[in-house]
Design a protein around this ligand. Structure first.
Ligand SMILES: [Ca+2]
Ligand SMILES: [Ca+2]
Length: 236
């Protein structure tokens, strides 16, 4: 069975003025995206392939993930992730227009659980996610890219990684043991922190240990016109 997904994700760069739902994100993003912009797009995977991989089912997202997210990130105890708190969950910040259903800038446990249910309902087990990493405007080869799922999603959402080629591009994927067919790359729906490291270049901590990069991998994202996550970093 082929399950073709359109990949999706994330950080709305300020150059996407067409998205109404992300208008509230604009100010936040203009701050962080001056130095880092992340686009995620998607590609259709394996369509028409005669050797279809076995179906990959969605992860068993943790029960009470929304409540766990509030516990982890609602520092002022008002019952929602809002304001600066959102910056600590860059995956949610990137997909704020999708999760903040009432568009009030506050993300509640219920909204998180509703968004997770939409991933489950989409029956998407894994999506293709390509990425391109740039440092000071130039493609960065041999960069290690990690998509670290938010812990509140539970242990069945696995990290995904990639190492960029000479063009700075790579296909991000979970480890082979989490894919039904190791010939194919895939990332489960979820909110991820993105970390980039390099053995040859100094990468500021805002892109790794204190990352501000994140994305939502999911169907029906507004940036579907893009075909990959573009991570633009500056060395200073
Ligand atoms: Ca709060
Ligand atoms: Ca809300």
């Amino acid at each position: 069975m082929v399950h073709r997904q359109v990949a999706s994700t994330v950080n709305e760069p300020s150059r996407t003025p067409t998205s109404k739902i992300n208008q509230p994100m604009t100010r936040l993003l203009q701050q962080s995206l001056l130095v880092a912009s992340l686009l995620v797009g998607s590609t259709v995977l394996l369509a028409g392939c005669s050797r279809s991989p076995d179906r990959i089912y969605p992860p068993a997202y943790g029960l009470g993930a929304g409540a766990a997210a509030i516990t982890a990130y609602d520092e002022d105890g008002d019952g929602a992730i809002a304001g600066d708190e959102i910056d600590r969950v860059p995956g949610i910040r990137a997909g704020l227009g999708q999760v903040d259903a009432d568009n009030d800038g506050r993300v509640t446990a219920e909204e998180i659980d509703t968004r997770i249910q939409s991933w489950i309902d989409s029956k998407v087990g894994a999506m293709t996610v390509g990425c391109q990493v740039k440092l000071d405007g130039k493609p960065l080869a041999d960069a290690q890219v990690e998509f670290a799922p938010e812990p509140f999603l539970g242990p069945s959402v696995h990290p995904a990684t990639a190492t960029t080629g000479p063009d700075g591009e790579a296909s991000v994927s979970m480890a082979a043991e989490h894919l039904s067919d190791p010939r194919y790359a895939g990332v489960a729906c979820g909110w991820y922190k993105i970390r980039v490291n390099s053995a040859s270049q100094a990468i500021p901590s805002k892109y790794n240990s204190d990352t501000t990069l994140g994305c939502e991998v999911a169907m029906k994202a507004h940036w579907l016109y893009e075909d990959k996550v573009v991570i633009e970093m500056t060395s200073k």
